[in-house]
Design a protein around this ligand. Structure first.
Ligand code: SF4
Length: 97
């Protein structure tokens, strides 16, 4: 096992109220983020299905973790939250330590 163990247990969600709709996250990780017809970004589940309830969480595929973390860091709305499922600690996003 590598030091990467545990990446599967990272989730991401978007605070749609703050999303500017610029689409930056979709450029970083189109498998995880998508702009809906309301012009706001939402996350997709691992089957690629758009989760249209505001604030809904999805698992981050380990191979996309860096892209998702970069999205959270660069998000102009400061509204992408990357959290550890086990204890809800935010590892990237506006509430990260
Ligand atoms: S990067 Fe942030 S503000 Fe921009 S579309 Fe994605 S969630 Fe919305």
């Amino acid at each position: 096992m590598s030091a990467q163990t545990g990446n599967e247990d990272v989730q991401v969600w978007i605070e749609q109220d703050l999303c500017t709709g610029d689409g930056l996250c979709v450029q970083y990780a189109p498998e995880v983020f998508e702009l809906d017809i309301d012009g706001l970004a939402y996350v997709k589940d691992t089957a690629g299905e758009l989760l249209q309830s505001p604030g809904e969480r999805t698992a981050v595929p380990p191979r996309l973790l860096l892209e998702v973390i970069d999205s959270a860091k660069e998000c102009p709305g400061d509204c992408i939250h990357v959290v550890r499922r086990a204890d809800d600690v935010e590892i990237a996003g506006p509430d990260a330590a």
